[in-house]
Design a protein around this ligand. Sequence first.
Ligand code: NAP
Length: 648
Amino acid sequence: MTQPKSVPEEALAAAHLPALLMATVHLTGDAGLLAEDARPVYPLMGDASDGGLSAEVQQRIRDRARLAINAYLNGAGLPNPPSEATVRRMMTFIAGAEIPDPYVPFLLEELHISGEDPRAPDWSEPTLQAAARRLHVIVIGAGMSGLLTGIRLKQAGVAFTILEKNAEAGGTWFENVYPGCRVDNPNHMYSYSFEPNHDFPQFYSTQPVLLDYFQRIVAKHDLRRHIRFETEVEEARFDEAQGLWRVSARTAGGGRESFEGQALITAVGQLNRPRLPQIDGCDDFAGPSFHSARWRHDVPLDGKRVAVIGTGASAFQFVPEIAPKVAHLSVFQRTPPWMIPGPNYHDDVPEGIKWLIQHVPFYGRWYRFFLFWRLTDGLTEAVKAEPGWNGGPGAVGAANAMLREMLAAAVRIQVPDDPDLAAKLIPDYPPGGKRGLVDNGVWVQALRRDNVDLVTTPIRRIRPEGVETADGALHEAEVLIFGTGFEASNFLVPMRIHGRGGVELHEAWGGDARAYLGMTTPGFPNLFMLYGPNTNIVVNGSIIFFSECSVRYVVGCLKLLAETGARSLEVRREVHDAFNVRVDAENARMAWGAPQVTSWYKNSLGRVSQNWPFPLVDYWSATKAPDPADFIVDGAPQPTLALAPEPV
Ligand code: NAP
């Protein structure tokens, strides 16, 4: 006789209880489980897995879940799915907050209650299938967005080629190999909505795990045969007479190759062209020097005197890793980052949680939902500027000032005996002005080591033997590491992209990159940008969500071309301009738009060119499908490609 199956007790013990309760509602069909005393009350930050519930209620939830899961494991079927009204109650329940109406369809889609992938394109109609076969799309980049584009184009039946400058797929997760590199968004949310992974070893996984996730996606969706590696696009030109994008790329052996397609999609990210600072004497440094995104693993750091310039997201991760190994470390801070407490930042995902995600229907989806809601627009109100605020430059409003106090207190707790260090670590700009960094204490511990100095005196110059500060002090170093960020606002450099009339995109932008919904720009028909201007997020959500929305929209545009047989779509100037006026006005109301803040979110003209200032739900609804009225549609027939598109 076979033993009945049962849920491991360690799984019940480790469970995120509100998610477990939601899964139990699915397993039992009993909405009565949503009792008032089981409604979670979360702390604003930090661990929330017990939902702030009493020990007695926690026990009740675990007992009920044990019964339900064991019954399910031993063959009891799932009851009818909960009604939409019940799902809405469940959402409000697990969120611990009233969910505004516009969010409901958006969050229902995130939940995948139907078990399907609601963002997958449906091109099943036969004439559309035939039209799809005449298209060929060039995608630049095989990182997170480019791979997603490949998956969606495959699902649509559209042929495509992905051109990738690197020797492998993975984008940022291939390029950034500095010690300690990891995602700073929870992984159960930082993953494609249709490719959950119960196996993430940590809540915030390390670079090798992320690279492996994306490379497994490549294999699972059979994308490799569509990718041309070591093929770096230099130039793209729209051939108006033909209605074709012609792309010229440098290939591995230094040769050149041309590609053509009716549409061109850039998926090159915002953060992959390292920015080296303009500091006198940089070239005079006697030892090795490198940027964090071009880490030199061949340069030993053990026992060396090392200088690090920059205290942004990258340095914040590699400084604690290298500090114990080096003889001495000087960390040069121009502006401190705001730290957001995240006690589980380096923690392993307990085996019990992995088990629940893998075996219990809807547990993983509701857990993702919880993360999504909590990190989506939960903090946005606290980073909005209040009109007429006169409480000083350290905040942009009363809620922001309160957040400031909480975050500053979290810093002081870490250095109770050293007010000078606390003062250096607490920013003078408003929280949300720059990206907040998830903090579990290792940064401050590293800075407090005997062999580490946090230098806040401005740098005067680099000398062969180290870094000289404005006070004349020489900070000796044998290795110099730049954690100085990226050429983020110089979108799509160094590529040259020529649209109508041969106009080059960067010349058209004049140093101020703009696009409609981050994707299309007037004068550049059938050019679509992913993670383009004003699609970055600061405090809310994951960039994968943005990519999923953008790719759905772009595939929607291709569908319009396929349905109408039109040659091209070009966003109307007035639509583009009106959108940008709204974006600029709203960005000016956010902490990152405050005049006293400088960051990579602003371009050289001081405009916020990177960030999306509205709620996430607005991007979701604006990108569900393109509105044909937003475009000039060139009705001339589509060109036939010189080379027949590859089969999908
Ligand atoms: P960053 O946030 O732009 O930080 C650059 C640092 O270098 C800042 O501290 C900056 O100071 C400093 N700096 C620049 N020029 C300098 C100069 N001339 N003298 C002195 N200091 C100088 O760059 P990053 O750390 O590479 O991160 C960029 C973005 O990448 C992040 O915001 C994040 O979106 C992403 N990222 C994510 C992760 C993750 O998810 N785990 C990890 C790394 C990066 P100022 O602040 O004064 O300009």
